[in-house]
Ligand binder design. Structure first.
Ligand SMILES: [Fe+2]
Ligand SMILES: [Fe+2]
Length: 142
């Protein structure tokens, strides 16, 4: 994997962060019902976290000599509360998966500093996964 390829992949990550931010803002507005009241604030916090991730990724892409993308990936939505939370959780699983790959790829290029930033982002995505799994009542006992 070359530096150019990693920059391309970081731009892919950035475009998914923009999509995640918009998706959370829209879902926060559309979620409704007394049991979703607390989750609405959770979703708005996630939107802010994704904004923060987008800024960090954009800066690292520029630092590495790339041009940060302004593309936005596909945003999913629904009129069903549970379906929206499932869409959010699915996107978080995919994001964490992408970032774990990115850490390996960056470290293979000895870009330990940029990999550290991605690690911090990955930890926040893990927190989002935990929030959403709990919101959906997913049991994880093995
Ligand atoms: Fe994110
Ligand atoms: Fe997230």
């Amino acid at each position: 994997m070359t530096l150019e390829q990693v920059i391309k992949l970081l731009n892919l990550d950035l475009s998914w962060e923009y999509a995640a931010m918009i998706q959370y803002i829209q879902h926060a507005s559309m979620l409704t019902g007394p049991q979703y009241f607390a989750i609405i604030n959770e979703e708005l916090q996630h939107a802010q976290d994704e904004h923060d991730h987008a800024v960090k990724l954009s800066d690292k892409i520029q630092y590495l000599g790339g041009i940060p993308t302004v593309q936005v990936q596909e945003i999913k939505t629904s009129l069903n509360n549970v379906e929206m939370l499932r869409q959010d959780l699915e996107a978080e699983y995919e994001a964490l998966n992408r970032y774990l790959q990115r850490i390996e790829q960056l470290e293979a290029l000895k870009l330990y500093d940029v990999a550290q930033v991605i690690r911090e982002i990955a930890l926040v995505e893990q927190g989002h996964i935990i929030d959403l799994e709990k919101s959906l009542g997913i049991q994880k006992v093995r």
